[in-house]
Each structure stands twice: as structure tokens, then as C-alpha cells.
Design a protein around this ligand. Structure first.
Ligand code: ADP
Ligand code: ZN
Length: 635
């Protein structure tokens, strides 16, 4: 079978079908692609897994010249290029990790007009040689990936991105496509202004990720809670566990390994080689758990990450959404799980107070955190809250988050709130003292600890007035008061102090409703996602499971042979569809989503062979069942 060169396909739909193997465009893709093919600018806000890449890859293939992709993700360029080459697309990258001769080869290919796509880190545009090189070749378009990095209001600002405002002056004729998976309305405006995209076509896709089940639980015994999640719901699955500090990353990774779970650490304190190796293993091997700080993950386009677990509170809803968005790019059922507790609030508030930058900067950080806390403490659907944050109002309760699966109750916590606040105030007014939550709770519970004795706190009128709640419940009260702004923390030790609003509670001018700490979600509730099941058509019929496993084994061996991640060969979703349909010819196989011409030519026959083998049970070594017995012995 001879393949048409990718370069002679002039029509976007042809490229979609023949190169990528997809039947139809997703919502919004076609409009953007046609607009850019015609030379227009575009700003694409689409959730992770939504299909942003096609919005610049297809125009780059259709338009004459090379599509130049600006991306901050140097460590991932090799993978991106590998995945494109597997589709028959000519791609290359220029970055600081390259040898000089490699770089020259890519430059020569670019100048000869042989490249469809060229990946660049933003800082390369600082270098004169780069702009000179680009001036000598033909540029189809500029794609600005992770465009939210240009916004100072956002959560991930990168100064190098400011350079990108110059693209328009330097190459006024070249269309620009900016793309991001996280942007609140404010960030959206800022991207537009900074990149000069006022006349661009804007695509704001539906930000919902229905296949992700969002769950936020109270942090009691985080290690045990995590282990239970992985063992009961995600055995053998690939996933990411986020922690705030390097040391907790190391500890949790060790803990998982000790408990028989294949896990690797990743944080900025590891040397570059170790980091690169761990990242490569995560991408290439099946079922690894990456325990990481948020230094890990941007641009990781591994499609089969089945869970993202947070053991510490993210600093903003944007961060949370982006990190959890790394789960389930393939559209299959996935879990976003966050455990958070009082200590998280104290620690993040402390980080904000101690952060560099002006008061406005701290206010910005603080409002990001407040929004995150509101999401944690809501008794409404998490998804509704999340989407509202990104400007998507009036969505219905989702049926696939913890609050939907197990409706949350509120309770009137006015009296406990008054007790706690009055303990804080008394210490401050009568004794000029401030303490952290632990000691205040001890006082309320009437515990005669050494510290209580030392300060004579057992003589306070509030001593022992709170025995109706347990310690854990009191910590929940403190956490929720902090989240509601009725209490604040200050200083290195996280001491509790009243806020202006505290007085209203004490004066009985205001009641306090709190979320009742739910019992943990039962397994059956967790496994009953309303919407996700529809979004994940690939739940396999039982008889297809061994076929799928055989295909996976074939894919694993092939990927290893070629030194690429398994998903570069085929995604899980594609293998599942093959296993369910069992195509018996190349033509039938070509119908499967994700099987383009290049992959059909390369792997089609191997797949059919693997299916035939699976069918005859050639390599199964269980006892022959009765049919086989008869046919062997003959009539
Ligand atoms: P994003 O960059 O928005 O996170 P990707 O571009 O990586 O998402 O796309 C996510 C997945 O969806 C990829 O596997 C991609 O090939 C697939 N995809 C994108 N567009 C389509 C389409 N029109 N039909 C089928 N699959 C698609
Ligand atoms: Zn919900």
C-alpha cells in the first residue's frame, strides 16, 4: 500500500481522516481550523483532552510552510515529535537539550521546507539566530501552547511568554493560534490583550470533563486514605499523586513502593537526569504512579492517566482544574481525588503571607485560595462550582462527583463557632496570647496537657466547654471557619486570630452553616458515575477483555522495540474499540477511530494476526475445553 504524502492533502477533513484516522471533527474544531487555514488568528480555550492540538496541527499540514509551535515544555518535545512521526507527519524541535549536529539537521529540514511542524521553547525567540532562521523559511502559522502562561493574573505566569507579543509585529502575515486548557474569564481577557488577539476567532469549549469523577475528602490519615483509593479503585492503573513539598513527595513514593505499588518521585530537587528518566518511564511503562510536586505534569499528554490524587490543597482552582485535567484524556472513566485538612489552610495562608511581591500580588494569591476553599467546602455539585469558576453558568448537577453521589448535609454550627471564637478572643484580650488550632481545641475539650498547665489555661471560662464534639470535628470547625473567612491564621506558627466578621458571629448577628463531614464514599457509590459511563463507551464486554489484553501485550512489545510510549502506537481507546469490534479485514480496521493510513499500513496486518491468534486461543495454556477435545480426537 502506498501512502499519499501528507503534504499533498489540501483539505482539513482529508487530513483528519487519513492522517489522524478520525471520522469527524469535535465541536468547534472545524470552525477554528478553517478560520486558521484561511489565515485568521484564533484563541482556543478547551479543556485537556478536548482536542486542541488538531486546531493547529491540521492547519499546519494544510497551509504551505511549517507550523511553528511555541511550547514551554522542552522535556516533552521529543515525545510530541515521536507521536507525530508515527502518524507520518514531519516534525522536529529546536531546544537546548540538543546536540549541535541534531540542531543543524532540523534547521536544514526547516529551510528546505520539509517540516510540517517545528517545536520551539519561548526563550529561543530571544535569540537573534532563531528569528533569522525563521525569516528564511516559510511559516504556516504560530501556535502558542499553554497560552495562559502569558497572563499575570493566572496561576502559571512565565516571563518568557511576554516575548510572544512581538510575533505579530515581526510576522504580521502569519496566523497565530493561542491555546490553553485553563482560563477564567479574567485570564482569557489578559491573554487576548497581551498577544494582540482582539480580532481573533475565539473558541471557548465546554470545560466539563464528564468522565472525571471529582471527590474532595477530609484528610484524616492521608497515607492510608491514598492506599485504599489505589488498592480498591485503581489497582494497576497509571496515575499522579500531587504533594506540596519535596520531602512529602519522597515519603509518599517510598510508602507506596513499600506497599507494593510501582511509584516514582518527581520534584525540582532531583537532578535533571533523574527527572527526565522518571518522566520517560511514566510515559512509556504501563501502570506507574508518579508522586510529584506541581513541577510535574504540564503538557503530559499521556492519555491513560486513570487518577489524579492531591494530598495537599492546590493553591487555586485553575491549578486544581489543570492538574486534575491530566486524568482521563482518553475519555475513559477517571478519578480526581483530593484530601484536604486544616493544616493545608494554615500552611497555604502562611505561604501567602510570607511570599515576595507587593500587597496586590498577595491579594491575588489570597483570592485564588479563597475560591479553592469555597470549592472544597461546598455542599453543591463540585462540577457546577468548578464550571462556574470558568464562566460556565447554569449547568445541572452532574451525578458524578462526591456531593452528587452522596448528597451533603449542612448543620447549624453557630454555637460551636461562638465557643471557638470566644476562646480565641479571650486568650487574646485577657492574656495577650495567640495559639494554633491544636491548643485551642485542647482547651475546648478540657484537656489538661502540659501546655494548658503551664499557662494556667484550665482556669479560663471556656475550658472544657466543647466536649460535645470530637477533636476531629473541632478541627473541621476551625477549617471551615477559616474557609468562610470567619477566622484567620497568621505568623510562622499559624496562630488563630479573629477577623472583622468574627464579631458578628459572637454578637449573634449571624449564623454559621457548615458542611457535615461525610462518611467516606462507599465503593458502590464511587463506581456509579451517571454521566461518565456514557462518556466512556469503552467499558468492555467480558469476552473482549482477553482480546484487549492480547492487543495491549502486542502494543507493549512494539513500543519497547521502537523506544516510544505505548500510546504513540495506539491509544487504549483505539485498542478497546478494536477488541470490541474484532475487525476481520484491513478495510474494517480502518474504520476504527484512531487508525489512520500510516498506522494502518504499519500495524494493520500485525493487529489482524493478533486478533486471529486471540480467536484461536493459540497461546492460551489453560485446559482444553470440551469442543477442542472433540475436534482433536475426531469423530
Ligand atoms: P488537548 O491538547 O486539548 O489536551 P489533544 O489534542 O491531545 O487534547 O486531544 C485529546 C485526544 O483526543 C487525543 O487522543 C486526540 O487524538 C483525540 N482527538 C482530538 N480530536 C479528535 C476528533 N475529532 N475525533 C477523535 N479523536 C480526537
Ligand atoms: Zn456533581
Amino acid at each position: 500500500m502506498t501512502l499519499p504524502s501528507v503534504r499533498i492533502l489540501h483539505n482539513a477533513t482529508d487530513v483528519l481522516r487519513r492522517v489522524f484516522g478520525y471520522e469527524s471533527f469535535r465541536d468547534g474544531q472545524q470552525e477554528i481550523i478553517e478560520h486558521v487555514v484561511a489565515g485568521g488568528d484564533a484563541l482556543v480555550l478547551m479543556p485537556t483532552g478536548g482536542g486542541k492540538s488538531l486546531c493547529y496541527q491540521i492547519p499546519a499540514l494544510v497551509r504551505p510552510g511549517t507550523g511553528v509551535v511555541v511550547s514551554p515544555l522542552i522535556a516533552l518535545m521529543q515525545n510530541q515529535v515521536d507521536a507525530l512521526r508515527a502518524l507520518g507527519v514531519q516534525a522536529g524541535f529546536l531546544n537546548s537539550t540538543q546536540q549541535a549536529d541534531e540542531r543543524r539537521a532540523v534547521e536544514a529540514a526547516f529551510l528546505a521546507g520539509e517540516l510540517d511542524l517545528l517545536y520551539l521553547a519561548p526563550e529561543r525567540l530571544r535569540v537573534r539566530a532563531t528569528t533569522e532562521l525563521l525569516d528564511q523559511g516559510e511559516i504556516a502559522l504560530f501556535a502558542i501552547d499553554e497560552a495562559h502562561c502569558v497572563a499575570q493574573w493566572g496561576h502559571d505566569f512565565r516571563p518568557d511568554y511576554l516575548l510572544l507579543s512581538e510575533l505579530r509585529q515581526h510576522w504580521p502575515e502569519v496566523p497565530r493560534v493561542a491555546l490553553t486548557a485553563t482560563a477564567t474569564p479574567a485570564t482569557h481577557q489578559e491573554i487576548m490583550a497581551r498577544l494582540g488577539l482582539e480580532n481573533a476567532r475565539h473558541l471557548v469549549a465546554d470545560f466539563d470533563r464528564p468522565n472525571i469523577q471529582y471527590r474532595i475528602v477530609a484528610k484524616n490519615d492521608p497515607k492510608a486514605q491514598l492506599l485504599e483509593l489505589l488498592r480498591t479503585e485503581h489497582p494497576g492503573d497509571a496515575g499522579i499523586v500531587y504533594c506540596l513539598s519535596r520531602s512529602s513527595v519522597e515519603k509518599i513514593a517510598d510508602f507506596l513502593v513499600t506497599n507494593g505499588i510501582a511509584a516514582l518521585p518527581y520534584h525540582a530537587g532531583l537532578d535533571a537526569r533523574t527527572r527526565a528518566e522518571h518522566q520517560a518511564r511514566f510515559l512509556r511503562e504501563d501502570g506507574l504512579v508518579m508522586v510529584a510536586t506541581i513541577a510535574f505534569g504540564m503538557g503530559i499528554d499521556k492519555p491513560d492517566v486513570r487518577f489524579v490524587a492531591h494530598l495537599d490543597l492546590p493553591k487555586s482552582v485553575e491549578g486544581y482544574y489543570q492538574e486534575t485535567g491530566r486524568a482521563g484524556r482518553d475519555g475513559l472513566r477517571s478519578t480526581a481525588w483530593l484530601a484536604y485538612g486544616l493544616q493545608d489552610v494554615v500552611q497555604l495562608r502562611r505561604l501567602i503571607d510570607g511570599s515576595e511581591g507587593d500587597a496586590a500580588h498577595r491579594r491575588r494569591l489570597s483570592s485564588h485560595l479563597d475560591a479553592m476553599l469555597a470549592l472544597c467546602e461546598t455542599v453543591e455539585c463540585r462540577r457546577v462550582g468548578l464550571l462556574a469558576y470558568f464562566g460556565q453558568e447554569n449547568t445541572a448537577a452532574c451525578g458524578n462527583c462526591d456531593t452528587c453521589l452522596q448528597p451533603q448535609q449542612t448543620w447549624d454550627a453557630t454555637v460551636p463557632a461562638q465557643k471557638l471564637l470566644s476562646a480565641v478572643l479571650r486568650l487574646q484580650r485577657e492574656r495577650r496570647q495567640k495559639f494554633g488550632a491544636g491548643h485551642i481545641v485542647d482547651i475546648l475539650l478540657g484537656r489538661r496537657t502540659p501546655k494548658v498547665g503551664q499557662h494556667g489555661h484550665d482556669s479560663l471560662t471556656v475550658f472544657g466547654i466543647g466536649t460535645e464534639l470530637s477533636e476531629a470535628e473541632w478541627r473541621g470547625v476551625v477549617r471551615q471557619l477559616l474557609a468562610q473567612g470567619l477566622l484567620a491564621v497568621e505568623g510562622e506558627h499559624g496562630t488563630l486570630v479573629p477577623t472583622d466578621e468574627s464579631a458578628e458571629v459572637l454578637r449573634k448577628q449571624r449564623t454559621v452553616a457548615m458542611r457535615r463531614e461525610p462518611k467516606r464514599l462507599s465503593r458502590s457509590a464511587a463506581a456509579a458515575p451517571g454521566k461518565a459511563r456514557r462518556a466512556a463507551p469503552a467499558d468492555l464486554p467480558e469476552e473482549a477483555v482477553p482480546v484487549f489484553e492480547r492487543l495491549r501485550a502486542w502494543r507493549g512489545a512494539t513500543a519497547k522495540e521502537q523506544g516510544v510510549p505505548a500510546y504513540v502506537i495506539f491509544h487504549d481507546a483505539t485498542l478497546r474499540e478494536i477488541a470490541a469490534r474484532v475487525p476481520s479485514s484491513l478495510a474494517a480496521l480502518a474504520e476504527v477511530n484512531g487508525v489512520g493510513e500510516n498506522k494502518l499500513a504499519k500495524y494493520g496486518q500485525q493487529i489482524l494476526d493478533a486478533l486471529a491468534q486471540a480467536d484461536s486461543g493459540a497461546e492460551t495454556d489453560g485446559p482444553p475445553h470440551s469442543d477442542c477435545g472433540r475436534s482433536v480426537s475426531g469423530p
